[in-house]
Design a protein around this ligand. Sequence first.
Ligand code: UD1
Ligand code: CA
Length: 480
Amino acid sequence: MSPQGRAPLDVLVLAAGRGTRMRSRRAKVLHDMAGRPLLQYVLEAARALRPERLTVVVGHQARAVRAAADGLADRFVLQDEPRGTGHAVLRAARALRREADVLILSGDVPLVRPRTLRALVAHHRRQGAALTVLTAELERPAGYGRIVRDGDGRVCTIVEERDATPEQRAIREVNTGIYVARVAALLGALRRLKPDNRQGEYYLTDALHELARQGALVCAVRHDDPEEVQGVNTRAELAQAARRLYARKAESLQNEGVTVLDPGRTWVDPRARIGRDTILYPGVILEGATVLGEGCVIYPGVRIVDSVLGKGVVVRDHTLIAQSRIADGARVGPFAHLRPGSELGREVHIGNFVELKMARLGRGAKANHLAYLGDAEVGAGSNIGAGTITCNYDGKRKHRTVLGRRVFIGSDTQLVAPVRVGDGAYVGAGSTVTQDVPAGALALSRSPQVNIRGWVARRKRKRARRAASSRTSRAAKSKP
Ligand code: UD1
Ligand code: CA
């Protein structure tokens, strides 16, 4: 056991770079993966180790990067110019405790798992190393720093792609950009660095070389899951990382008893929770902290955002549900739109082309076709006919529509809010309801129908007469 066994642990996350290869106006670490900035994944993985201090180096778009790290970081250090990873660590020197070990992570390596980091720290401490780097063997190592080992297999230096010789480029073991180091030793080495490389930057990797040169113990731990430690430098790598994140989630859902028919085409937010025997068809997207109960069926092309669904809910194709709650046994879609604040009771049916916004439907209520219900309350067992519209907006303010239990709203009805319909009342099809309807009443507001007998034949005769008279007048005009 080395004396560092009890050294405190600091974490340093480098997030000051521009991320030029993203070709973006936005700093790379702010790019979204499954609904959250890349940086948050790294910080969360680091947090799991319960470090005493977690510091983030910010620079490019510092204010936004800080905001993205809010609540996950203990302190921030500003690197005003991105002069390299080594420079970034030096800028943070005062935030690091001399007697600590520091775990250094990049803000752009989002899939790294806490257990990998823990194992790295443990190895470093067991060995009593000055610096330990996590490496990986990649099929295509392009873009990464290569791990150069000496004749005894000990790592002696890391060369960046741009500075590498053709032989070094052939090395497939790469630097993951994840390190643990004794703070005092690391800072000592960094202070001796010069930016003599193709990019004119201070490379953190050169500190490893410097320590090895001084005869300090430098270790390299090869990680056996290269996908986990790949960086995101381009849009293509961002897409790849997101795919892996979703694949991981799909796999864990499958292990928990959820049917994911085509994991490659099903995107479930890592924060979502799903009950067993629920079936997810291809093209389903579940975002945010969405919760699905047991035995639901979610058909293709459905997107559910920050919503809670009970047991046995069926959501048919191409439905969008946002910030809503749906109770057991309800059926929604195809082509339905539940906007924020919608609440469906048990066994409610919402059919095609129905839009809800801040609408609460009681148990067993139905709106099966073509309707808009906004700022509405619908009592249990009520039936909303096709083409029903709540006119909830008067151009200035929103008003509520309140329907009692077992209300029947005929097709093509406009409910001009504020308006109430009492329990068991009926509204005739085609009505415009502008006044409250008492319980048990029938409301009709359409104009009464008139049938004019023989009208069609009379019109035909009239037209024939008109045509004949215009023929004679043309004939008269064309005479010389
Ligand atoms: C770096 C490593 C490379 C490794 C790769 C792994 C160096 C010199 N190279 O290369 O060996 O294989 O990571 O992913 O370290 N950053 C700052 N300030 C700066 C420059 C960068 O904070 O001045 C931050 C970036 O925001 C990023 C991280 O450091 O989060 C890594 O920088 P990046 O430019 O992506 O380095 P790579 O070229 O990928
Ligand atoms: Ca990188």
